[in-house]
Write a protein that binds this ligand. Structure first.
Ligand SMILES: Cc1cc2nc3c(=O)[nH]c(=O)nc-3n(C[C@H](O)[C@H](O)[C@H](O)COP(=O)(O)OP(=O)(O)OC[C@H]3O[C@@H](n4cnc5c(N)ncnc54)[C@H](O)[C@@H]3O)c2cc1C
Length: 398
């Protein structure tokens, strides 16, 4: 039997996050444009609510939240921050600390997770390199075995949260080759703490996400004990996808939440703005656009939560295969981000020249949501996954 309701606890959490987001996130967005970073007050609020590292298990100080519950918070935060800077901080921190909770050694979890749960330390993902993004098997970052330690060298680029992790402390889930000759079968997964003096950072300017920090870094001679490896040597390629998948599900509901807010803004404008003697919302041309977007964003939201639910079922109960989860997440991310971008663009257009101005939240949202066509796996790679799971792997051989 199907049941599309959230639990009472989830509804309570949603209401308290909505209240927090309206009171403490929406009013600081303009400040974020000026200071070009997420204000301290937001970090404090997120920590106070225990939302940074909410996927961290309770024994390490977190909430042990499942993917659906994390999605509820992500959606609410997205409705308050159209730039999606704060939703991205939330999703990256939670998706990747979940992976450390699942695959980290006991020593690593004790060292890192309580700080993440308190918001004292942040978790990022450093996978992309200057010469590869989608094609993980071609990476050149290395982790050389030296006795019972690994020494990491390499370069990562287009990485989110670089300034926040440097200034607030934390580290990255990262992939590096432990066998240079085996493609994806030579990739291992590590937690690599940020160490002052070992990272040469170049900050990058981005199209949107005014509060985010983004950059590239070289890292060298980072000596890590075995406890920093997640899972087993050379098995990192499969494991890293569990983090990407959770991130993709969270992005799906973030995109749907941001678009729902834009539609709401557009509707308010349509009801009050007059042209040719009547509110512009009386034009059937605009009503039909609105109807298409409302239907698509409802569908996107539903698919996003279904994907998160599928993830929970697989992770907790072993229902569904890893491939079924990958496909579902790819479908959700592909459709939600595409439809959200289109809906926000339409809502911007309904607001005429004001829509194009820097004062319009849809202008911020359009640039922010565009990042999701690439971040945590491009839309082409989402199609690649869906086609692979539908046709079978043989059809994708070059
Ligand atoms: C805002 C933002 C934030 C990001 N944050 C992070 C982060 O925190 N950590 C991190 O590691 N990375 C991050 N990334 C990088 C992101 O993961 C990569 O951009 C993405 O994986 C694509 O890799 P690429 O840019 O190297 O493009 P490439 O892989 O070089 O691809 C170039 C183009 O070709 C397409 N393409 C590639 N292969 C195929 C194929 N087989 N079939 C069809 N089309 C194909 C791609 O979809 C893309 O459009 C971020 C990116 C953005 C834009």
């Amino acid at each position: 039997m199907l049941d599309y309701t959230f639990t009472e606890e989830q509804d309570i959490l949603r209401s308290s996050v909505k209240e927090f987001a309206q009171k403490e996130i929406s009013p600081v967005i303009k400040e974020m444009f000026k200071i070009r970073k997420i204000p301290d007050s937001v970090f404090k609020g997120l920590s106070r609510m225990n939302l940074l590292g909410m996927t961290v298990p309770e024994e390490y100080g977190g909430m042990g939240a499942d993917a659906v519950t994390t999605g509820i918070v992500a959606e609410e935060i997205a409705m308050a921050d159209p730039t999606v800077s704060i939703p991205v901080l939330f999703l990256v921190d939670n998706a990747w600390s979940y992976l450390v909770s699942k695959y980290g050694s006991e020593e690593l979890k004790e060292e890192v997770l309580p700080k993440v749960a308190k918001g004292e330390s942040l978790m990022g993902i450093a996978s992309t390199e200057p010469n590869f993004g989608s094609d993980i098997g071609s990476m050149t970052s290395r982790a050389d075995r030296n006795g019972d330690k690994y020494v990491l060298h390499g370069e990562k680029s287009f990485v989110s949260l670089v300034r926040d992790i440097k200034e607030r402390s934390g580290g990255y889930v990262t992939v590096a080759k432990t066998d240079m000759n085996r493609g994806t079968s030579g990739v291992s997964l590590f937690y690599m703490p940020y160490i002052e003096g070992k990272f040469d950072i170049t900050y990058l300017e981005e199209m949107g996400r005014e509060g985010s920090s983004w950059g590239a870094f070289r890292f060298h001679d980072i000596e890590l004990e075995k406890k920093y490896m997640l899972g087993e040597e050379n098995k990192g390629f499969k494991l890293v996808h569990e983090g990407f998948e959770l991130a993709r599900g969270l992005i799906s509901v973030i995109a749907a939440g941001a678009a729902a807010k834009s539609i709401e803004n557009g509707v308010n404008y349509m009801k009050t703005r007059k042209a040719f003697g009547q509110p512009i919302g009386k034009n059937q041309g605009l009503q039909f656009q609105l109807a298409d977007n409302v239907a698509k964003i409802d569908a996107a939201r539903g698919l996003g939560y279904q994907a998160l639910w599928t993830y929970d079922q697989e992770q907790k109960h072993g229902r569904f295969t890893r491939f079924e989860v990958s496909k579902k997440m790819a479908e959700a991310k592909l459709l939600s981000t595409t439809w959200a971008f289109e809906a926000i663009n339409d809502a911007l257009q309904w607001q005429g020249a004001f829509g194009y101005s820097k004062d319009c939240p849809e202008e911020w949202a359009l640039r922010g949501i565009r990042s999701f066509y690439l971040a945590e796996g491009s839309r082409e790679i989402m199609k690649h996954i869906i086609a692979r799971e539908t046709l079978g792997k043989d059809f994708l051989k070059q």
